[in-house]
Ligand binder design. Sequence first.
Ligand SMILES: Cc1cc2nc3c(=O)[nH]c(=O)nc-3n(C[C@H](O)[C@H](O)[C@H](O)COP(=O)(O)OP(=O)(O)OC[C@H]3O[C@@H](n4cnc5c(N)ncnc54)[C@H](O)[C@@H]3O)c2cc1C
Length: 568
Amino acid sequence: MSQIQFDEEFDFISVGSGGGSMVSALVMRAMDKSVVVLEKMPRIGGTTSRSGGVMWIPNNPFMKAEGVDDSYEKSMTYMEATAGQSVDAPGTTKERRSAYVTEGPRMVEFLVKNGIKLQRVASWPDYYDDRPGGSVPGRTIIADLFDTNELGEWRERLEPNFMVIPAYHSEGFKIGLMKSSIQGRLAMLKVGMRIVMAKLTGKRWTTAGGALQGRMLQASLKAGVDMRVNSGVTSFIQDDTGTVKGVVTTKDGKPWRIVARLGVLVNAGGFSHNQEMREKYQPGTSAKWTATPPGNTGEMILEMEKLGAQLAQMNEMVGNQMSIPPGSENQGDGVNLSAVGGQMNITKPHSIIVDQSGVRYMNESGSYMEFCQNMIARNQTVPAIPSWWIVDEKYMQKYMYTGTMPGSKKPQEWYDAGFLKRADTLEGLAAQIDIDPAVMKATVERFNADAKAGKDSLFGRGNRAYDNWLGDFYREDGSHTLGPIEQGPFYAAPMVPGDVGTYGGVVTDVNARVLRADGSVIDGLYATGISTASVMGRIYPGAGSSVGPSFVFGYVAAKHASGAGNSL
Ligand SMILES: Cc1cc2nc3c(=O)[nH]c(=O)nc-3n(C[C@H](O)[C@H](O)[C@H](O)COP(=O)(O)OP(=O)(O)OC[C@H]3O[C@@H](n4cnc5c(N)ncnc54)[C@H](O)[C@@H]3O)c2cc1C
C-alpha cells in the first residue's frame, strides 16, 4: 500500500448502502475489521429501504422452525426450473445458484444472531409454484415493524418506505378488500388501532424495507460501522497489478482517497434513472416509469466496466406494470407505487389487459417482471406500450383502483386529461381508445365465458396458487382472479412497463468477486445487488428475488474478503 497516495485507510469499503453492504459491514465487524459504508445520497438504505423489504430465501430457518417443507435439493430443483432456464445469462451459473441456496439460510441465521428481527410471511407462493420444486406457502422473509425513534439522530437519514401506513404486507393486502370482506375491515381496524397507539406512545413505526434497513442501520451503528452519507464514489484506486485497492469519494467538496486492505464491495444499485443507459440497453422503457429512488444512476456499473468487468443481462429489469395518472410520473424521486394502478389491482376479477388492437395477450396475474417482459415482447409485433387496462363497474365498486378506494368517485382530472375513459357500452369504450369495437367485444366475450367456467382457456390465468394470491381471496362465488366484465359503465386506462429496479450489471463468481469477460477475477473487487447480473437470470422466482440476492452475496463477499469461511 506504501506507493499509493491515500487520505484514509480501512479493512473494507462498501460502496452504497443497500442491504448487501450493510450485511457485509456486519460480517466485517464480527471479524473485528474496520469498515466504511459510503452512500452517495443524503439518506441511507437505497431502494431496499423504500421497497417491500421482502427477501426470497429458499430453505430458510423459519421454514424449518415452522415445519414448512423445503430442502437444499428441492430449492435447487426450483432454481433449475426457473433461473436455470435463462438463456445468455452468465450471472446465473449452476455454481452461483447453489451458492445462493447454501448461503441464504446461513445469512439469515447470521442476521438473527446480530439482533435483526425477521419473520416468515405465512403465505406468499413462489411465482412459478407449479414448476418442479416450487413452494406454495413460499420462501419469503420480512422484518418486524421497526420504531425509527430507535435510530436517534440517524432517524431522519433513513430512506423512507413507500408504504404510508404501519402495516405488514398481509394486512395491506387484506385492507384492499375491506369493501367486500369482513376480514378486510378487521385488518383495517387492527392497523388503525396501531396508528392510534403509536400516536399515544410516540412510536414512529416503519414497515417493509424501511423496517429491514432501519434494523440493519441500527445494528451497523451499534457494531461500529462507519456510515457516511453524501459520499458518492467516483472511481477506483488500483495498484500496478490492477488489484483494486480503494476508491475515490468526496469530502468537503474535494476528492478523498480511501484505501482498503481486504477489498471493495460495490452495492450501488442499478441504472433505472439513467435514460441514456436505458436507451442503450432497454429501448422502449423509460426513467419516467421507475419507482426507484434517484441514486440508481448506474455510474458504478460503468466504472467497473472500465476496469474490464463483463456486463450481462443489461436488458433485464424488474418490471412493474403501472397505470400512472397524470402528474404521477417519475419527477426525480421515482413513481409513488401507492398512487398508481399495478399488480395488486389488475389481478382482481372483472379486469383484463389488452394490446392496442384490443386483444388479450397474457396471463395478467403472473409475476410483474414477466408481465412487463410480455408487454415489451408484444410491442415488437402489435403496439402494446401502453396497453389498455379494462374493468367494469362491478370492479370499481369492489376493489381499489389506482390508489383510490373501492366505490369512490374517480378524480375528474383523470377524465379531463384523457387518462381514464368511461363508456356505457364496451363498443363505446373501444371507440374512445381506437380499438375495433368488434375485436373488443370478442375479446371480452371470450374472457367472460372463461371466467364463468372458472378456467382461462387462453393463458391459464388462475391455474397457479400465485395467480390467485393477490386476487379477491375472500370471494366465495367464483375464481379469485377471474370475473366477467359485464356490468357497465366500462373503464379503460393505459398501462406501461414500469420498473422497481434493473436486473443486469457486472458478472460475479460464487464469492461475489467481479469477473472479466475471460472469466478471470478482478482482484480486490466484489459486487452485489442490482449492480450485478442477477443470479436469478432473466426471471423472478419469488417475492424478494432482488433484495434476497443483494443480502446473500454481500454476506458471501465479506466472508470471503475477511477469511471468515463458515465461522459466521
Ligand atoms: C417500491 C418498491 C418495492 C420493492 N419491493 C421489493 C421487495 O419487496 N423485494 C425485492 O426483492 N425487491 C423489491 N424491490 C426491488 C428492490 O428494492 C431493489 O432491486 C433492491 O433493493 C436493490 O438493492 P441493492 O442492494 O442492489 O441497491 P440499493 O438498495 O438501491 O442500494 C444502492 C445504494 O447505492 C447508492 N449509490 C449509487 N451510486 C453510488 C455511488 N457512486 N457512490 C456511493 N453510493 C452510491 C444508492 O444511492 C443506493 O442508496 C422493490 C422496489 C421498489 C422501488
